[in-house]
Design a protein around this ligand. Structure first.
Ligand SMILES: [Zn+2]
Length: 174
């Protein structure tokens, strides 16, 4: 991970596990901020996109056009992955979709319901190792804003790759 991103996630309160070994029970019921980062890459991000595009085309392409288009559109953000390994910053907590907790957001991110889950599946199916980081806190909204502002100041004003807006989409990534 680039040095500035490693610094963003430093501090005793941050915890992290590879998503392959994370026990969701360790996340239960708390509010906080979270991040998704790459532990190990396998191939280029644009190859992940083309592989998934082919897969979706073969499976949904004709039979279920809406699913094909919607999932592909969310996968677009994989193509924004550059040198930075920090892929996503987000929060759970008050006033965020009925105050969903860290466990819920993690489950949505890895199993559906989160705007980034297609990208997560695409990367994992392509052999990438991803790591989930989380920090419990009392004011996730404020902490998230601060974290994102710091990230942007260190990355030419850009958001993490999977936080991006979807061009032409009606979703706003969180
Ligand atoms: Zn970075």
């Amino acid at each position: 991970m680039c040095r500035s991103c490693r610094a963003l996630l430093s501090g005793r309160k941050w915890k992290s596990r590879s998503i392959g070994t994370l026990d969701p029970g360790s996340l239960s019921g708390k509010w906080g901020i979270y991040a998704l980062a790459v532990d190990r890459r396998r191939g280029r991000a644009d190859c992940v996109y083309s592989t998934m595009e082919r897969l979706l085309k073969d499976s949904f392409g004709r039979a279920w056009r809406t699913a094909y288009c919607q999932n592909l559109r969310q996968l677009e953000r994989v193509r924004r992955i550059g040198a930075c390994d920090l892929l996503y910053l987000g929060r759970s907590g008050p006033k965020r979709k009925k105050g969903r907790d860290l466990l819920t957001r993690y489950t949505e991110l890895t199993n559906g319901g989160h705007t980034g889950w297609q990208a997560v599946w695409g990367l994992v199916l392509s052999g990438w190792n991803l790591r989930f980081w989380w920090r419990e806190c009392g004011n996730p909204k404020e902490d998230e804003s601060r974290l994102i502002a710091r990230f942007r100041s260190q990355h030419n004003g850009q958001l993490p790759a999977l936080n991006c807006y979807v061009p032409g989409g009606r979703w706003r990534a969180r």
